[in-house]
Design a protein around this ligand. Structure first.
Ligand code: FAD
Length: 482
């Protein structure tokens, strides 16, 4: 690892000099805030500035980890002691064809930016994640999924072409009709093959900006999966919210939320859409987020969530099935309505993991996972089950199955014992043919990674071809692939 003082001397930022975009030592964390690293960070605004950073890295024997909005939970976006290339300032929408829905963007453009431009004209992104601040390049590099991925596949399915800045500083265009081997490795490629500097997407035509949302209370896991499967006939989005504290007969109880695009003539004005795409500063328009969470934090305990979940379940059971209309962005980005919620987990952060399991073992495996969490007293505070579809990208988190999101707050817990627990859980998942979502992982051991992602060698072959000097590296790469 190169010394901080040494590098600061050789690379002082010079304002306005395109060959010197400025690199600064900064403390860098990922979304879950479990670990602090120090890296040389650059925030280029042009291709030339990116090239200058790569040139500098080559010259000084440093490695580079591209970064988008920093919504990945852990070491996929950390590169301790080396360079982090923050691409969030390359964020212009370049062209948009309103007739055929082709959209060309810079890598740092966010989901919110795109939807604010296209939704009023009745176009949308497919496979929208739950966080509207996620960037297009970040979405490509993890081949992210949405509540519609069981139907439309993951984000990579909707990518038409990419421009990749390689370790030699050249820009190559990658698409399905050219070097397909490279294309399918860049999608879900974890930023390890080069820097995405432009992405062309195919948008999806929609009848309006609204969805009809139906919430259906379910008594147990069996009913939940049945409702999810049945809903496929008539819906576009499906998610099941599970009360992870329930057990026995109520194991897996909760609410299934399904939605479908509505064909209504009603238009919304752009202000309403902007409001929907803006993260509020205060909670319920009243309480400043940071202050409120710091007051609530001492009381934020699993027991509190358990009581709240039980109350919600009773209310939902009593209310029965409900249907309403919602703006798509309000429905999809629910979490963004609660500003700064991750402050609740500070200062220790939380571990999130999201196993995916084969569909035919859905009931049995989800039950086992929920039971394992309960035995460990590690019930997820927020727990969602989604349905997925296979893809052809070697490192993609995709398959014919279900995923379950589990987060464990580290406050009051011994990190090592949580890590040992995730190892047991991942052992079970891998043994049954399942996999972990790398975007949210920081504990998966290499032997289980190899078992879960058997096509990783295909990916490494492509990496050797396009990045023979191993310029693009992250802490996750060192953990799982090096
Ligand atoms: C609140 C929240 C909700 C989420 N919901 C979902 C969900 O519903 N579905 C889902 O699939 N995921 C979800 N995620 C995870 C998130 O979508 C992924 O981690 C996504 O990749 C983050 O994108 P980002 O723009 O923040 O990029 P980062 O997290 O900063 O980077 C992600 C990856 O992209 C690479 N990268 C970024 N920019 C470039 C570039 N220009 N060139 C090359 N590589 C690059 C990085 O090296 C890294 O490997 C959620 C995360 C949060 C915090």
């Amino acid at each position: 690892m190169i010394k901080e003082r040494e590098l600061t001397r050789v690379f002082q930022p010079i304002a306005g000099d395109a060959n010197n975009p400025g690199l600064k030592w900064e403390t860098v964390m990922a979304w879950a805030e479990t670990r602090k690293t120090r890296s040389l960070v650059a925030r280029p605004t042009s291709l030339e500035e990116c090239q200058a950073v790569l040139g500098f890295a080559r010259q000084h024997g440093l490695t580079v980890c591209p970064r988008g909005a920093g919504h990945s939970y852990a070491d996929a976006i950390l590169n301790n002691g080396e360079i982090v290339l923050d691409m969030s300032r390359m964020n212009r929408i370049l062209t948009w064809d309103r007739e055929n829905g082709e959209l060309v963007v810079e890598p740092g453009v966010t989901f919110a930016q795109i939807l604010s431009k296209v939704l009023l004209a009745r176009w949308t992104l497919s496979a929208c994640v739950g966080g509207m601040g996620v960037t297009v390049a970040g979405a490509v590099s993890n081949d992210v999924h949405g509540k519609d991925s069981w139907k439309v596949g993951n984000f990579g399915n909707h990518v038409l072409a990419l421009k990749l800045l390689t370790s030699q500083g050249e820009v190559v265009t990658v698409d399905r009709n050219g070097d397909y081997e490279l294309f399918r490795s860049v999608v879900a490629g974890l930023g390890l093959l080069g820097v995405l500097v432009e992405v062309t997407l195919q948008l999806q035509r929609v009848p309006s900006a609204f969805v009809e949302v139906t919430t259906i209370p379910v008594r147990d896991l069996n009913e939940s999966l049945e409702v999810m499967e049945r809903a496929k006939e008539s819906s576009d989005f499906i998610i099941s919210w599970v009360d992870a504290f329930a057990n026995g007969k109520g194991l897996g109880r909760g609410t299934v939320e399904i939605a479908r695009w509505l064909d209504v003539r009603e238009d919304i004005d752009s202000l309403e859409l902007e409001r929907s795409l803006t993260v509020p500063r205060s909670i319920f328009g009243l309480f400043p987020a940071t202050f409120t969470w710091s007051m609530v934090r001492p009381f934020f305990r699993p027991r509190m969530i358990q009581v709240a979940n039980a109350a919600k379940y009773r209310r939902d059971q009593w209310g029965g099935r409900r249907t309403g209309k919602a703006l798509f962005t309000d429905f999809n980005f629910m979490l963004n309505k609660i500003p700064g919620w991750k402050h609740l987990y500070r200062p220790y952060g939380y571990l999130e993991f999201q196993p995916m399991i084969p569909r035919h073992k859905g009931n049995e495996m989800l039950a086992e996972i929920l039971n394992m969490c309960r035995t460990e007293q590690a019930q997820s505070l927020l727990c969602a089950v989604k349905s997925h579809k296979p893809s052809d990208f070697p490192l993609s988190y995709a398959g014919d199955g279900y995923s379950i999101g589990i987060d464990i707050a580290l406050r009051g817990r011994d990190r090592q014992s949580v890590v040992r627990f995730t190892r047991r859980l991942y052992d079970y998942v891998a043994g049954q043919g399942g996999m972990a979502f790398l975007a949210k992982d920081e504990t998966l051991p290499r032997d289980l990674f190899v078992q879960m992602y058997p096509r990783y060698q295909e990916f490494l072959q492509v990496k050797r071809r396009v990045d023979s000097r191993n310029l693009f590296v992250s802490d996750m790469y060192r953990r799982l692939l090096a």
